[in-house]
Design a protein around this ligand. Sequence first.
Ligand SMILES: NC(=O)c1ccc[n+]([C@@H]2O[C@H](COP(=O)([O-])OP(=O)(O)OC[C@H]3O[C@@H](n4cnc5c(N)ncnc54)[C@H](OP(=O)(O)O)[C@@H]3O)[C@@H](O)[C@H]2O)c1
Length: 190
Amino acid sequence: MQGDGRGSGTLVTGGSGLLGLNWALARRRTGRVVLGMHRRTVRIDGCEVAEVRLDRAGEFAECLCRLRPAWVLHAAGLADVERCEADPARAFEDNVGLASNVAQACADEGVHLVHVSTDHLFDGSRALVSEDEPMRPLNEYGRTKAEAESRLLAACPGALVVRRISSVGGLRGADPSATSSSTRDEGSSP
Ligand SMILES: NC(=O)c1ccc[n+]([C@@H]2O[C@H](COP(=O)([O-])OP(=O)(O)OC[C@H]3O[C@@H](n4cnc5c(N)ncnc54)[C@H](OP(=O)(O)O)[C@@H]3O)[C@@H](O)[C@H]2O)c1
C-alpha cells in the first residue's frame, strides 16, 4: 500500500537509545515525535511512545499505517563495537536486517526515511572523505553498517543517510530537557 502523504511528525526507531532519545529531546518542541520502543520503555514529556516491531518489514509497515508519521528516523541497531565483533550474526541481524526491513516498509508506505550511519565505514587513513569514497570498514560493526547502507538505499532510494562521526553525549544532571551540545533544534524535519 502506498502512503498518501498525509502523515505527520517523526517516528524514531531506537527511541530508547542514546541517539534516538537525544534527538527527541532536541526536537520535541518543533513537531510531533513518536519514540519507537523495543525491549526498554522510556517516556519523556512532549513525545508519544509506541511499541514497534522491526523484525519483519510487513509488521513495521503495519506500525507505519497505525502511527502515520511523515518521517522515520532509523536509530535502532547494535552500536556496541565489541559486541558486534563477538557476535557477528547478531550484528548483522540488528544492523543490516532491521535497516532493510525499515527501508522496505518506508518505501512501500511512502514515508520519508533518514538512516543513521557511521564513520566506521572507513579505515581512517584519510581525515576527510567524500560521499563516493569506497567503504573500507575494519571491524564487524563497520562491515554491517556498510551493508546496511547498501541494502537500505536499494530498497528505499530516496532515503537520506547521515554518517555521524562523534558520539551523542548523555543527559546532563537530572534536567530531562538538557541535551548534548551535538544535538540542536534545526528546521522542521529530521
Ligand atoms: N550514538 C552515536 O553518536 C552514533 C554515532 C554513529 C552512528 N550511530 C548509529 O545510531 C544507531 C543508534 O545508536 P545508539 O548509540 O543510540 O545505540 P543504543 O543506545 O545502544 O540504542 C540502540 C537502540 O536500538 C534499539 N533496538 C535494538 N535492537 C532492536 C530491535 N530488534 N528492534 C527494535 N529496536 C531495537 C534499542 O532498543 P532496546 O534497548 O529496547 O532493545 C535502542 O533503543 C546505531 O545504528 C548506530 O550505528 C550512533
